[in-house]
Design a protein around this ligand. Structure first.
Ligand SMILES: *[C@@H]1O[C@H](CO)[C@@H](O)[C@H](O)[C@H]1NC(C)=O
Ligand SMILES: *[C@@H]1O[C@H](CO)[C@@H](O)[C@H](O)[C@H]1NC(C)=O
Ligand SMILES: *[C@@H]1O[C@H](CO)[C@@H](O)[C@H](O)[C@H]1NC(C)=O
Ligand SMILES: *[C@@H]1O[C@H](CO)[C@@H](O)[C@H](O)[C@H]1NC(C)=O
Ligand SMILES: *[C@@H]1O[C@H](CO)[C@@H](O)[C@H](O)[C@H]1NC(C)=O
Length: 301
């Protein structure tokens, strides 16, 4: 119904008042009607031009492999299409719900009745970093830029990459996740290829703090069989490893410190002996595996 198409004709003063009142009511109804359906040409110009809702996040950071979402919110879209363009090469990625590139990692997400048109980038890589544009096919077209940063997240274990401990002392490894936009959802610890198993041995505790993005693995009263390559593997980060050698208590000179090149430097000969002892203990603990592969000890003999 339109204001102009009102049928009745006023014949008296009272009739005129009623006419004006009813016309106003019809106009109001017409306005609210045009909010719902966008095909009313009379009101379209004034009320239904599409515009972007600027409140969605336009700087998005994600880690390699961790799906990213760019959310474009368009009001009054009507029957127009929303497209996603990659600015670097002006490649049209999606139009409406259709993917226009061979790269199927790009996908448009939209649910009926919603005004969000989301570009999903599955398994993003470093080269996907850059500007993306959400475009609406008005005349002239309107667009909104989004910036995606894909970063590599890494784990780091504090301290030396190789640790020498006296049997009976505690293994205390602290792993920190760096360069990650979101806290990791989990951090796993491995010894060699296996997840550190709490039930195989008592005295193991892991404290993970998502806020500081750290995880501390504590193994009480370590024994030579606790030696190994310990790996901290957070979700969506590159892992970090440390080699832990737990030495038998038979050679106290060898156990003084975990850092074989520490400040309290023993005379060169004593240090050489210390390293050979370490190597022997390591070989004993791991059979032939490590023999000849300890570069420092090997070069000393
Ligand atoms: C969105 O924000 C930009 C600048 O950040 C501004 O120029 C533009 O007018 C805004 N658009 C709307 C619809 O608010
Ligand atoms: C383990 O090491 C971390 C970092 O060096 C330290 O903050 C923590 O107190 C240590 N825990 C124990 C039980 O020694
Ligand atoms: C941990 O060790 C126990 C006992 O050997 C075993 O039953 C369990 O399956 C292991 N769990 C994992 C996750 O390896
Ligand atoms: C320790 O394990 C990790 C992960 O399996 C591996 O990448 C690394 O090379 C290992 N380090 C050593 C010294 O064997
Ligand atoms: C051993 O410790 C000293 C001082 O604590 C440090 O400067 C050095 O880098 C450490 N050695 C290794 C191999 O990390």
């Amino acid at each position: 119904m339109r204001c102009a198409a009102f049928p009745a004709r006023p014949s008296s003063h009272r009739g005129m008042t009623a006419f004006i009142f009813m016309t106003a009511a019809a106009c109001l109804q017409s306005v609210s009607g045009s909010m719902m359906e966008s095909h009313n040409p009379y009101w379209e110009q004034a009320f239904s031009q599409p515009f972007f809702d600027n409140t969605t996040k336009r700087d998005v950071t994600t880690t390699v492999g961790q799906g990213a979402y760019l959310i474009c919110r368009v009001r009054n879209l009507g029957d127009r299409a929303v497209s996603w363009i990659r600015k670097r090469d002006l490649h049209i990625l999606t139009v409406g719900l259709q993917t226009y590139t061979n790269d199927q990692r790009f996908q448009s997400l939209h649910s009926d009745g919603s005004d969000e048109w989301t570009l999903k980038i599955g398994s993003p890589q470093l080269r996907d970093s850059g500007t993306y544009e959400c475009q609406v096919s008005t005349e002239p077209k309107i667009s909104l830029s989004f910036h995606l940063s894909v970063v590599v997240s890494k784990a780091a274990i504090l301290g030396n990459p190789e640790l020498f401990l006296k049997s009976g002392s505690d293994i205390n490894l602290t792993c920190q996740v760096v360069a990650t936009p979101d806290p990791p959802s989990f951090i796993y610890w491995y010894r060699g290829p296996n997840v550190v198993n709490y039930s195989q041995r008592g005295g193991i505790s892991v404290v993970t703090d998502k806020q500081t993005r750290t995880s501390t693995l504590l193994i009480a009263r370590a024994q030579p069989e606790d030696s190994g390559n310990y790996t901290c593997s957070p979700s969506s980060s590159d892992p970090a490893s440390v080699l832990v050698h737990v030495l038998n208590g038979e050679h106290p000179a060898a156990m003084q410190h975990g850092n074989s090149s520490s400040g309290a430097t023993p005379p060169a000969a004593a240090e050489a002996l210390l390293l050979v002892v370490c190597h022997l203990a390591w070989s004993l603990a791991f059979g032939g595996l490590a023999r000849g592969r300890h570069p420092t000890a090997a070069s000393l003999r």
